[in-house]
Design a protein around this ligand. Structure first.
Ligand code: DAT
Ligand code: MG
Length: 152
C-alpha cells in the first residue's frame, strides 16, 4: 500500500551533530516505528543549501541560515512509514524551540530558532523534492522490516 511507503527528509543540522544528538534523533524515529531507508553524513555545499532553502531566499536571516548550515557536517536521512511527514514534524516541534513542547526534539534539546538542530520536510511534496535533491536513487535502500506486520 502506497500510504505505508510515504517518505520524509530529516537532517540533523551542524549543531545537532556537534552536540551529540544524532543517536537520540535516530532512536526516536526508530522507536516510533518508522523505517530508515537512507542515511549519510556530509558537508552540504552552498549550492545544495541554496536549492534546499530556495523558498526562504528573500528572508533577512537567509545568509545566516546558509552559513550555519555550512558550519559543519550534517546527517541526512530518509524515513519511511504511514504519515511520516506530518508525524515527523510533530516529533520535531515548532520552528522556534521556544514554542516547542517538551517531548519534541526541538522542545527537549535546543533554545534558539537560529540553532534548532534538525530539519524535517513540511509536506509530502517538499519531502519528494528534498529527497531527490539530497539523495541519488541508488542511495535509498529497499528492504523489508520484520516489524512491519506488528506496526500495521
Ligand atoms: P522549519 O525548519 O521548521 O521548516 P522554516 O522552513 O520556516 O522552518 O525555516 C527554515 C529554517 O530557517 C528554520 O529551521 C530555522 C531558520 N529560521 C526560520 N525562521 C527564522 C528566524 N525568524 N530567525 C532565524 N532563523 C530562522
Ligand atoms: Mg521548512
Amino acid at each position: 500500500m502506497a500510504e505505508l511507503k510515504e517518505r520524509t527528509f530529516i537532517a540533523i543540522k551542524p549543531d545537532g551533530v556537534q552536540r551529540g544528538i544524532i543517536g537520540e534523533v535516530i532512536k526516536r524515529f526508530e522507536m516510533k516505528g518508522f523505517k530508515l531507508v537512507g542515511m549519510k553524513m556530509l558537508h552540504a555545499s552552498e549550492d545544495l543549501l541554496m536549492k534546499h532553502y530556495v523558498d526562504l531566499k528573500d528572508r533577512p536571516f537567509f545568509p545566516t541560515l546558509i552559513n550555519y548550515m555550512r558550519s559543519g557536517p550534517v546527517v541526512a536521512m530518509v524515513w519511511e512509514g504511514k504519515g511520516v511527514v506530518k508525524t515527523g514534524r510533530v516529533m520535531l516541534g515548532e520552528t522556534n524551540p521556544a514554542d516547542s513542547k517538551p517531548g519534541t526534539i526541538r522542545g527537549d534539546f535546543c533554545i534558539d530558532v537560529s540553532k534548532n538542530i534538525i530539519h524535517g520536510s513540511d509536506s509530502v511534496e517538499s519531502a519528494n523534492k528534498e529527497i531527490s535533491l539530497w539523495f541519488k536513487d541508488d542511495e535509498l535502500v529497499n528492504y523489508s522490516s520484520c516489524a512491519f506486520s506488528w506496526l500495521y
